[in-house]
Design a protein around this ligand. Sequence first.
Ligand code: AMP
Length: 215
Amino acid sequence: MVVILLGPPGVGKGTQAVLLAESMGWAHVSTGDLLRAARREGTQLGQEAQAYMDRGELVPDSLILAMVKEHLASLPQEQGVLLDGFPRTVPQAEALAQMLPEVDREVDRVVLFLAPDEVLVKRISGRRSCPNCGAVYNVYFNPPQMEGRCDRCGDVELAHRADDAEGTVRRRLEVYRELTEPLIRYYEGMETPMSRIDADRDVDLIQRELRSAFA
Ligand code: AMP
């Protein structure tokens, strides 16, 4: 089972992905999280990706594809995979279509998250994440029980991503419209089953709707 979560930055894909992966026992593969981990570890990939990420631009396909390929190969065959933030361009989707048969998988469904731009900007500026477990919160929509602290990891202080600054957010939305949105047509053309989710709603409600798509 391979499911692609598609949608603009700030739409809540990461929050939903963590919850869905946990309830289904699937692997949550977030290319943004993998890149941030590479940056923290100071690997060559992390260093190469840094400047692109800080500007809100996409990291070159060659770097992303090598990283995803290695990660997919490390997962047990029987485990479902939730792709979050990948593919982000049509060439990445084409490369994914070539790489999946090598690991005996195919794309089963695309879930498209939709919300108005003003909601996205608020979501992003309010976003906080746990550097330890990756859980994502929002000070407006989904606050942690104790301000600034992760519910799961207790004492770990939540972080605000540098690329969530307002100017960078606007650039990330432009990049989404220009390079990622064409993937909707691409997967419609491939006749991949697609669920459209109104993401401008309560986190639990969206999660229930998502789970029902896989019941
Ligand atoms: P995200 O956490 O998914 O919002 O990703 C944060 C940043 O990582 C993006 O703005 C890009 O710079 C980079 N990134 C993440 N996934 C990809 C991808 N599939 N292709 C290119 N760049 C990516």
